[in-house]
Design a protein around this ligand. Structure first.
Ligand SMILES: Nc1ncnc2c1ncn2[C@@H]1O[C@H](COP(=O)(O)OP(=O)(O)OP(=O)(O)O)[C@@H](O)[C@H]1O
Length: 227
């Protein structure tokens, strides 16, 4: 595993005031691997995801992505790398409310300088892949939670990232919609060899992963090992 890790965090620590959100947390993610990080509320799952995704800098430890130490590079280089190689999806998809589904999905390509026609054509392909092409002209407030979440996934994947970070991606959805969204997400990740780091407290979601680790008190334990 060690030799093949695409992304690894080693000995990560992060505090928020008196709260030790992470203490000596380590995790490895291989290329194309789907990994679930489970644990009770407050165990440090989101903080770990934020450190690995380069959103938060850890106070101790190292984060290495494809040979580059994320904890040591400049903010500028880090944002470039995040834009080109990482995709993120949160519990509430965080789509831009004023834009249609089509424009939300096309946005990362437009920001990267792609022409509108070509960005739209590709955005339509991704909307179709997630079964929401019929909603292309709707704004987030006009779609169901499951539709919005599928649009958010299409937006996270359109740049063909090597790693997608998903923090409770189905947290606001019912059981059936969760199943549809997770099926679409994991099928696409497998088809495109995209690694997926899934933070969840939902066993239904964790079941889609190749591997599961459990967090307790800011550290990572293999699943099944008691806290
Ligand atoms: N920005 C922040 N400011 C202050 N405290 C924070 C911040 N982010 C996280 N914490 C604290 O750090 C600890 C770990 O939080 P984190 O969100 O990583 O846990 P989690 O396992 O993802 O929880 P949940 O499942 O409830 O989202 C918690 O005690 C939390 O209150």
């Amino acid at each position: 595993m060690k030799d093949t890790a695409l992304l690894s965090g080693l000995g990560l620590a992060k505090t928020y005031g008196p709260t030790r959100a992470l203490r000596d947390a380590s995790l490895e993610l291989a290329a194309g691997e789907i990994l679930a990080v489970t644990g009770t509320s407050g165990s440090g799952k989101s903080t770990l995801l934020h450190c690995l995704a380069g959103i938060v800098r850890p106070e101790k430890g190292t984060v290495v992505y494809d040979g580059t130490r994320l904890d040591a590079i400049s903010d500028k280089r880090l944002s470039e790398l995040r834009r080109s190689d990482f995709g993120v999806v949160f519990q509430f998809g965080q789509l831009i409310p004023e834009l249609t589904a089509l424009d939300n999905v096309a946005l990362p390509l437009l920001l990267a300088g792609r022409r509108r026609d070509s960005a739209w054509a590709q955005a339509r392909e991704w909307l179709e892949r997630f079964g929401v092409l019929a909603q292309e002209a709707l704004r987030p407030g006009e779609m169901s939670g499951g539709q919005s979440q599928r649009v958010a996934l299409a937006r996270a994947l359109i740049t063909q990232p090597r790693v997608v970070f998903a923090d409770e991606p189905t947290g606001s959805l019912d059981t059936l919609t969760t199943e549809q969204v997770m099926t679409a997400l994991t099928r696409t990740a497998r088809d495109t060899n995209t690694a997926l780091l899934l933070v969840t407290h939902d066993a239904q979601v964790a079941a889609y992963a190749d591997r599961e680790v459990h967090m307790a008190d800011g550290t990572v334990r293999p699943a099944g090992v008691a806290a």
